[in-house]
Structures are given as C-alpha cells and as structure tokens.
Design a binder for this molecule. Structure first.
Ligand SMILES: *[C@@H]1O[C@H](CO)[C@@H](O)[C@H](O)[C@H]1NC(C)=O
Ligand SMILES: *[C@@H]1O[C@H](CO)[C@@H](O)[C@H](O)[C@H]1NC(C)=O
Ligand SMILES: *[C@@H]1O[C@H](CO)[C@@H](O)[C@H](O)[C@H]1NC(C)=O
Length: 391
C-alpha cells in the first residue's frame, strides 16, 4: 500500500467511525437527559415530602396521608421512609403499657403507617362461609380456591373447627411468632423466648424434638403442603394444628384423603414424595386462607401477576405466607430463623440438617431476593421483630 492510500484509508475509517458515534449520541442524548431530569425531580419531591410528612405526623397524624404524591411511596405502595411513627394517640396508648405487655393491634397499626392500603380482613382459616370471600373465590390455587369448592365443603364438614381453639380465640391480645427453618437458629438458645409467645407457628417438617433449646417446644400450628408435610407419623408433636396451605389443585384431593384417613391413590403431580398418613383428627386440621398467598405475592412483594395464575417466580415462600397471615390475625408478630447470618457463611441452610436443598427448584417458583426486600421493610418499619436478625 502506498503512503497516500494508507492515509486515505485511515481518514475514511475515522470519518465513518465519527459519523456512527455522532448519530448514536444524537439518538441517546435527549432520552438520557430527560431521564436524569426526571430522577432529579423525583428525588427532590421525595425529600421535600418526606420532611413534610415527618413534621406533620408529629402534630396531625392522619391529615396528610391522602394528599401525598406517588413518589413518597415505592412501587408496592410502601412508604420510602420506613421509620415513620405511629399516630400520637396510639403511641401514648402503647407507651403506657408496662414493659413486655401485649400491645393490642400493634402489628396492624405499624403496617398501616408504612403501607396505608393495609386492611385487616383475612380470617386465618377457611370456614363454612368461605365462598363469600370474594378476593379469593375467582382465583385458581394457589391464589384462591376456584374449582375446589366442593372438595373444600366436604373437608370442612368433617373438620367442624375453624379457629385456634377457645383459649386462644378468646385472648384479646395475641403475640405470635413464625419460626423459620434457617440454620441461623442453631445454637442461639432462643427456645424459651419462642415458647413465651401465645401462638408458635412452625413450617413443614422442621423438627422440635431434640432442638428444644434453640427452637422451643411449643407448636400451636404447623403450616404445610403435601410435599412439605412430615412423612413419619412418629415425628409429629403431640398436639398442634395441622394447617394446610394449597399450592396446586391436586393438593386439595390429597388433603381430603388425609382428613378422611383414606388410602392415598396416585401421587402423580407432586414434585417429591408425600405423606401417606397424617396422625391428626379431622378436628385438628385447618385450611389456610389462600388470600395470604395472593396478597403476599401481588400486593406486598410485587411478583408477576401472570393473569392470576401460578407462573415462573410468582409463588411466595411458606414463611412469608405465614407472616402475612400473622399480620392479619395477631397483635404482635415476631419471626426467628429467617434469612442468613452473614457472619457465619458456612452455617447450615436449615437448623436441623447439614445437606443443602436444591436451589434450582427454589429459584424457579420463588423470588427470594424480591421477597427479602419486602421482609426488610417489615423489620425496618418495626412491623415485625426479627429475633435472629437474619432479615
Ligand atoms: C398515657 O400517658 C400520658 C402521660 O405520660 C397521658 O398524657 C396519656 O393520657 C396516657 N394515655 C393513655 C391512653 O392512657
Ligand atoms: C454454642 O455456643 C456456645 C456458647 O454460647 C459455644 O461454647 C459452643 O461451642 C457452641 N457450639 C457449637 C456447636 O457451635
Ligand atoms: C426476581 O425479580 C427480579 C426483579 O423483578 C427479576 O429481575 C428476576 O428475574 C426475578 N427472579 C426470578 C427467579 O423470577
């Protein structure tokens, strides 16, 4: 190549590159400029309104909430400023109670300050009037009970009990704790603190026997689904409610067979082996209101709606479903054994086993990181107390 040709070639290449750069900048610049302007505006609004809100809640608790523009809230409808205080009258009421006394309505009131859309409407378990629960009647499992009405009627006519039992139902203030299965519970000696709660909720097959020092010995209810239920009858604790949470339509068929003590026919459709016998009387079995799955997924966490059908990454974990249930039905809510202890990265996944669960199945149905964002809001807003500080 002659030097002049080479020079021409370099020049041409630079011209072409220059033109490409110029036109792409021209295309992107206005968009980018507009976006950063919006961001700036939003931030100022948030700061201004946030400050205003804080000042106003001190004096006039309820007055301001309705007028606040969208940017004070996140996409789910939670306040960005999670340390917002309760209205003054409630603060006085709770401050005047002696230390450790149960605070009536506390969790729901706290929830409503950071999430004004919150309405305490969900009964814990389905009863004979379940068809009137409009929010769940038009959704298929797991977000509702559509197509399962007859089988549910059948089950409820056998269980005949739809509450926690007289003693707990008559308490005018209930403290509940949801005990997760996390390895973070290991060797923390929280057993006696857990047993102090009025209602102790455990999940799936998490054992009590042999772990009392760390996880307590009391179990008010054990919430489970077919694949998660304890399989060996001798591993059930003496008296606890067997609370069933359905995720698939065939789960109700399984429950019917357990309630009526029928022989399990066919286990197709389950993703792992299931219990063949549940050593509980029908009167000790309950069906968890599917509203809590729906509300946790679509309202609280913001998982994909997918036309109200089960889909990739839109099923909340049972622990979060249980917490949602407690927000509707308990006066104070605590959790233990949720999340991971960052200081001990090699801790077991569960407090009762060393093997790690298949992470693949978890990540297809659940969205652990989005769920954790939600649980963090509850802890930061002091809606719930996290005894193991893992959230
Ligand atoms: C709580 O105590 C404060 C004084 O500390 C008093 O002004 C207030 O009336 C009390 N509130 C209730 C609900 O008892
Ligand atoms: C459990 O904790 C105690 C101190 O509280 C400690 O001495 C002991 O080594 C721990 N055990 C295990 C297995 O980590
Ligand atoms: C979880 O949600 C995030 C944010 O919406 C999304 O990017 C991610 O793909 C989701 N994960 C799963 C497993 O669906």
């Amino acid at each position: 190549m002659k030097p002049t040709h080479f020079l021409l070639f370099v020049l041409c290449t630079m011209l072409v590159l220059g033109f490409i750069c110029y036109s792409s900048l021209k295309l992107h610049l206005p968009v980018w400029a507009q976006k950063s302007q919006n961001d700036a505006e939003e931030t100022t609004v948030v700061l201004a309104k946030g400050a205003g809100l804080k000042r106003n809640t001190e004096v006039e608790p309820d007055n301001n909430v309705g007028r606040i523009v969208g940017s004070v809230y996140d996409k789910q409808g939670f306040l960005l400023q999670l340390d917002t205080k309760l209205p003054q009258d409630l603060r006085f009421k709770y401050d005047n109670l002696s230390e450790g006394m149960c605070k009536p309505g506390y969790a729901a009131a706290k929830m409503a300050t950071i999430y004004p859309k919150f309405k305490k409407i969900g009964p814990m378990f389905l009863d004979r009037t379940f068809k009137r629960l409009e929010k769940v009647s038009s959704y298929l499992p797991p977000f509702g009970f559509k197509t399962q009405e007859r089988i549910i009627d059948n089950i409820l006519s056998a269980t005949k009990n739809y509450g926690l039992g007289d003693e707990l139902d008559n308490l005018n203030c209930k403290k509940c704790i949801i005990v997760g299965n996390g390895g973070i519970l290991f060797n923390k000696s929280l057993g006696s603190r857990i047993d102090d709660y009025d209602v102790v909720v455990r999940l799936n097959e998490a054992p009590v026997s042999g772990y009392g020092k760390d996880v307590g010995t009391k179990t008010t209810m054990r919430i489970t689904y077919p694949e998660g239920a304890i399989q060996k009858p001798e591993n059930y604790e003496k008296d606890s409610l067997f609370v069933f949470s359905a995720f698939k339509p065939q789960d109700f068929k399984w429950l019917k067979q357990m309630v009526f003590g029928e022989k399990l026919r066919g286990t197709e459709g389950f993703w792992k082996s299931v219990a063949h016998y549940v050593p509980r009387k029908p009167s000790e079995m309950r069906i968890l209101n599917p509203y809590f799955i729906q509300e946790a997924a679509f309202q609280f966490i913001g998982l994909p709606f997918n036309n109200g059908l089960m889909g990739k990454g839109n099923i909340p974990t049972l622990g979060t479903v249980a917490i949602t249930m407690a927000l509707h039905n308990c006066d104070e809510v605590a959790v233990a054994g949720f999340g991971y202890d960052m200081n001990t990265p090699h801790a077991p996944l569960h407090y009762y086993e060393t093997v790690k669960m298949s992470a693949i199945k978890e990540s297809w149905t659940h969205n652990i990181s989005k769920e954790k964002e939600f649980l963090r809001k509850l802890v930061k807003g002091s809606v719930i107390t996290d005894l193991t500080n893992g959230i």
